[in-house]
Design a protein around this ligand. Structure first.
Ligand SMILES: *[C@@H]1O[C@H](CO)[C@@H](O)[C@H](O)[C@H]1NC(C)=O
Ligand SMILES: *[C@@H]1O[C@H](CO)[C@@H](O)[C@H](O)[C@H]1NC(C)=O
Ligand SMILES: *[C@@H]1O[C@H](CO)[C@@H](O)[C@H](O)[C@H]1NC(C)=O
Ligand SMILES: *[C@@H]1O[C@H](CO)[C@@H](O)[C@H](O)[C@H]1NC(C)=O
Ligand SMILES: *[C@@H]1O[C@H](CO)[C@@H](O)[C@H](O)[C@H]1NC(C)=O
Length: 470
């Protein structure tokens, strides 16, 4: 009886007080250089692929000014500070430091920009979490073939080493490359992102092959040349949205497994287990053969490459947004070679489906299958219109954090931090209307005025109390 009473009392106090966030759990906010900086050609910065891509298209919106963070970074750090965040995730624009992407031309003003930013964060006791590559490839490196050129690995290695030399004394957490899936599928496969290539049958896999070797190169460089001295951690940022099977039929469950392997395993298998997922190897080889190719469209790793990539992660960076549903689909007919046929499942399109528990299942799956030393949620958030009273964003972040904390507290998965996307409304790769910020940016004002939304005030309460009201 007493036990029971104590138990009830505990449950009541716990629910009244909300869910306690462990002291060691880091709370942060994220951004990316191209989406916030502007200053696209200032102080010696070279053009990036995204600058050129949008200028060439004469797009009505581009990243020339964005949030003008190149000039307003002190105000941004002040906001991060007022929010009470443990860390700020931002990225370095490769072509700000190396205007052509290569070491023959080093831009001191670009170097100083990030050095000032990093030192100012440290002075405020905010941990800088630095993404080395967040999509803004130097135009020159793109013209050399970008992720389709095997030599990209060396260009990226040179750049990463320089960045480590410059900033490793101050940075504990490094992210090599942001969202390989989006880079390769969006940029090289379906072409809705720069560089806009439609190579959905083979370029998409070549991109992944080169990208993973570039990631591994940066990791190995840190490991061999910097770790002993600075003892930081290096990881890859993988985007993966959990999907439930539409029904529990064995076919839909198989569709769910295949989705996991083709979306997450494509990247996580080589890095944590060595080599591509077997189902990708088998299906792409099978279909390539019927399509009349002399070899699989999925490049085969040599044993040396497998060993080089295997184990190149100190922690798992996870970007995760909406949880979806998948179901079985009949084998796509042989015809146009395509990733979308290779995966051969059907993604259910139901805009009303809402299943925040998926983040808990997701980190459990990653924990069990890949055994990373830790998981950092590097992005999660919600897009809304231009509103300050963004209750929808607050409830989504609360629901996802709630489920994530269950994974930490009940399932004992080592997730050591959560970062909201994004610190402020920014340039969402072609649009200023897609707003993800907890702080509003006024893009009509030359001042790019920042205004806190309700979600920022709410998040500030969470960091102040280190408690999630649920
Ligand atoms: C680019 O767009 C602007 C306005 O959006 C237009 O005035 C101009 O003619 C366009 N230039 C080209 C080369 O299409
Ligand atoms: C499938 O089975 C699981 C476990 O029994 C259950 O939680 C889930 O609701 C079922 N899903 C569907 C779509 O029926
Ligand atoms: C990857 O590394 C792990 C741990 O060292 C090892 O057990 C595994 O066999 C490696 N995978 C391959 C395919 O070599
Ligand atoms: C410019 O921004 C600052 C800080 O956000 C704000 O205090 C100021 O009022 C703004 N000025 C104008 C003209 O909007
Ligand atoms: C933040 O906490 C204060 C004090 O508990 C409360 O009055 C306020 O409504 C909270 N703000 C938000 C946006 O949740």
């Amino acid at each position: 009886m007493l036990k029971w009473l104590v138990c009830v009392a505990f449950l009541i106090t716990n629910s009244l007080a909300g869910k306690k966030i462990p002291d060691t759990f880091l709370l942060g906010a994220s951004s990316a250089a191209f989406q916030i900086e502007g200053g696209w050609n200032e102080d010696g910065k070279g053009p990036s692929l995204w600058d050129t891509y949008l200028h060439d298209k004469n797009a009505s919106e581009n990243g020339d000014i964005a949030c003008d963070s190149y000039h307003k970074w002190r105000e941004d750090i002040a906001n991060v500070k007022s929010l009470g965040l443990d860390f700020y995730r931002f990225s370095i624009a490769w072509s700000r430091i190396l205007p052509s992407g290569t070491l023959n031309n080093i831009n001191q003003e670009g170097i100083d920009y990030y050095l000032n930013l990093i030192k100012a964060l440290k002075a405020e006791n905010i941990e800088p979490v630095v993404t080395i590559y967040h999509w803004d490839m130097p135009q020159h490196v793109h013209e050399l073939g970008g992720f389709l050129n095997p030599q990209f690995v060396d260009y990226f290695g040179d750049y990463a080493r320089l960045v480590f030399e410059l900033y490793a004394p101050y940075v504990k957490y490094w992210l090599t490359i942001n969202e390989p899936f989006m880079i390769c599928l969006g940029g090289y496969g379906l072409g809705f992102m720069a560089p806009g290539l439609n190579l959905i049958g083979d370029g998409v896999y070549q991109c992944g092959y080169v990208l993973l070797k570039a990631h591994a190169k940066a990791y190995r460089i840190y490991d061999e040349e910097f770790r002993e001295k600075y003892n930081g951690q290096v990881g890859l940022v993988i985007n993966f949205d959990w999907a439930e099977p539409l029904t529990n039929s064995s076919q839909d469950l198989e569709a769910q497994r295949r989705y996991q392997e083709f979306a997450l395993g494509w990247w996580a298998n080589p890095v944590y287990l060595g080599n591509w997922p077997q189902v990708m190897i088998d299906r792409i080889a099978y279909r390539s053969k019927l399509e009349g190719f002399s070899r699989s469209r999925l490049p085969e790793f040599t044993q040396e490459e497998i060993d080089y990539i295997n184990g190149t992660s100190d922690f798992f960076g996870l970007n995760t947004y909406n949880v979806g549903q998948v179901k079985y689909g009949p084998e796509p007919t042989i015809g146009l070679p395509a990733y979308t046929s290779d995966i051969g499942i059907v993604v259910v399109n139901d805009p009303d489906y809402y299943h925040p528990r998926g983040i808990r299942d997701s980190v459990n799956h990653i924990h069990k299958k890949y055994r990373p030393r830790g998981i950092l949620i590097t992005e999660n958030g919600k897009m809304t219109g231009d509103i300050l009273d963004d209750q929808g964003r607050i409830s989504l972040i609360r629901d996802y954090m709630d489920n994530l904390l269950d994974a930490v507290l009940e399932d004992r998965v080592n997730v050591f931090g959560y970062s909201v996307w994004s610190l402020m409304d920014n340039f969402e790769w072609g649009s200023y209307e897609k707003r993800f910020g907890i702080i509003r940016t006024d893009f009509d004002s030359p001042n790019r005025t920042r205004t806190w939304k309700q979600s920022a005030k709410w998040y500030q309460n969470v960091t102040a109390t280190r408690t999630l009201d649920v």
